[in-house]
Design a protein around this ligand. Structure first.
Ligand SMILES: [Zn+2]
Length: 532
């Protein structure tokens, strides 16, 4: 069992759940959203928050049911900007998102497995196992259509007065006296522009459709057309599933927001208790290159993040930040820093870097929670992201080649290394700042028209490289200054000249490191024109 003594926020939440909900054979942890568009990285924060708390409960020997609700019986209200076939999609507004076609196969018939909601659901469901998250998915359209909530709907209708009072406490315009806490999707045209005209006090509901003029009566026990409004639906499902823990975003946790009203409704209507909760904050995005927006609109999904961050580092970003702190996922140079932070936490975990006890406890727990599967038995080989970015540029994006060059490691390290290398190359090609990118010059290129001092410096550099058998970065860095002074030029002039020879630019990666990474053979070829 993992060490759970540390006071990580997920551990504190787990302890609170056990304290408030008592000793239970199993705890139900819930999360969910409406798949009305691409599931973005802000939505992912909720999912991973629940996953981390579920892990903390399991680390205490508790059984957990982690349910993820796809609220896919919601109305298609607007066509997101990043969707293909937007005009065709617009014809389906006001229908449940499960009867809207998959935008990528707009002509294909709508089925349970091929529709707008399902397309968004599948994208996330396919990615979550990569970050070690495997919840039990609940599909609300299927639940409603199977009349699973007939009793919950009837209960809400019976308690319409207390519900109306609770909701009116937070409304500037009160709900009318004839208001009923239910809505209907027309069984003829699928639209939600219907008016419920009568409820018989038991199971029968009558409605009229404003879109196609259809009028009929439905039996709640056999229809799938009736649905609770969100503010009643949520507490009904807390009670239905016995939810012990569910976090929510700022929008739901505001004063008079849906969490507030759901808390009151679950006890007034369903005789239940609200789950333990916390509020998680928004996620920003920083330093995006131009390429994401062309394929995904403005929406950054987990897929985009996993292109740049290996799964453990992705988990680390969230596990290492308190949920109520706003933070931005970086796609700029901070990517390197995030990888370095993760690597340091890994070294602390394995006792390879000394820190004080308090810090060690904290980092250890974050490291455990960052792992996709079990914590590795021995420290994985660490290849810094910065170094990989450089190697890959020298080797023109040959991920397999770079991995082979660095291999000789156990299979699990190799797996991580390959993923990290692929991320580094994606980062270089999609997001890295221009002055971080380079390509080595062709060794056949003519000599640069240098001043005498720079020429001498390049000749001395070449001679130095020729003598070097084992490379020592620190020693080489010192020697670069010695070479500059021997050639009678400022060290800045030497650096400029070297970068021009190597990459045809006046600036580049740290020179000593860079020279070592490029390697003796290539360096000699590039410096050949300065032989004499
Ligand atoms: Zn209709």
């Amino acid at each position: 069992m993992a060490d759970t003594s540390a006071s990580h926020w997920a551990d504190l939440a787990a302890e609170k759940i056990i304290r408030e909900k008592g000793d239970k054979p199993r705890y139900v942890c819930a999360s969910g959203i409406t798949p009305s568009g691409t599931v973005h990285i802000g939505n992912f924060r909720e999912i991973i928050s629940v996953d981390l708390v579920a892990r903390a409960l399991r680390d205490r020997g508790r059984a957990v049911r982690f349910i993820y609700s796809w609220d896919d019986y919601d109305v298609f209200r607007k066509v997101p900007e990043n969707m293909p076939n937007r005009e065709a999609l617009a014809k389906y507004l006001r229908q449940p998102i499960t009867t809207v076609p998959d935008p990528r196969t707009i002509e294909a018939p709508v089925t349970a497995d091929s529709n707008y909601a399902r397309a968004n659901e599948k994208e996330l469901e396919a990615l979550l196992p990569a970050v070690g998250i495997e919840p039990e998915y609940l599909y609300q359209a299927a639940r409603y259509c199977a009349s699973a909530y007939a009793e919950g709907i009837r209960r809400a209708l019976e308690k319409k007065e207390p519900i109306r009072e609770i909701l009116n406490d937070h409304r500037t315009e009160p709900l009318p006296a004839q208001w009923l806490p239910v809505s209907v999707f027309c069984t003829r045209c699928n639209h939600d522009e219907t008016t419920v005209t009568h409820w018989d006090g038991e199971w029968t509901l009558s409605y009229r459709c404003g879109n196609c003029e259809n009028s009929e009566s439905l039996d709640l026990r056999s229809t799938g057309a009736a649905k609770l409004p969100w503010r009643v639906d949520w507490p009904m499902r807390w009670s239905f599933e016995g939810v012990d823990f569910e976090p929510a975003g700022k929008d739901h946790h505001s004063e008079g927001g849906s969490f507030d009203t759901a808390k009151r409704i679950v006890s007034a209507v369903y005789g239940g208790e609200p789950p333990v909760t916390f509020q998680y904050d928004f996620i920003g995005v920083k330093g995006l290159g131009g390429k994401i927006s062309s394929s995904h609109g403005e929406v950054i999904s987990l897929r985009d993040v996993l292109e740049i961050y290996q799964p453990e580092v992705t988990r680390y970003l969230f596990a290492g930040t308190r949920p109520n702190a706003e933070f931005a996922i970086s796609f700029d140079l901070d990517v390197i820093k995030n990888y370095e932070d993760y690597d340091r936490t890994e070294r602390v975990y394995f006792g390879l870097e000394e820190v004080d006890e308090k810090r060690r406890e904290k980092e250890r727990r974050i490291y455990e929670l960052s792992q996709v599967r079990a914590v590795p038995e021995k420290p994985p080989k660490q290849v810094p992201f910065r170094h990989l970015s450089m190697l890959l540029q020298i080797q023109l994006g040959d991920v397999d080649g770079v991995v082979a060059q660095l291999s000789g490691e156990d299979a699990s390290s190799l797996d991580r290394l390959r993923t990290r290398a692929a991320c580094a190359w994606s980062w270089i090609t999609k997001h890295a700042p221009a002055d971080f990118r380079f390509s080595l010059r062709d060794p056949g290129a003519p000599a640069e028209p240098f001043e005498d001092g720079q020429k001498v410096a390049m000749r001395l550099l070449r001679a130095r490289v020729e003598r070097l058998e084992t490379f020592d970065e620190k020693a080489l860095a010192n020697e670069l200054y010695a070479i500059a002074s021997e050639a009678g030029i400022d060290s800045k002039e030497l650096f400029k000249a070297a970068y021009r020879v190597l990459i045809g630019a006046e600036r580049g990666p740290r020179l000593a490191t860079f020279l070592l990474t490029v390697g003796k053979e290539r360096l000699l070829a590039l410096l050949a024109p300065y032989l004499a």
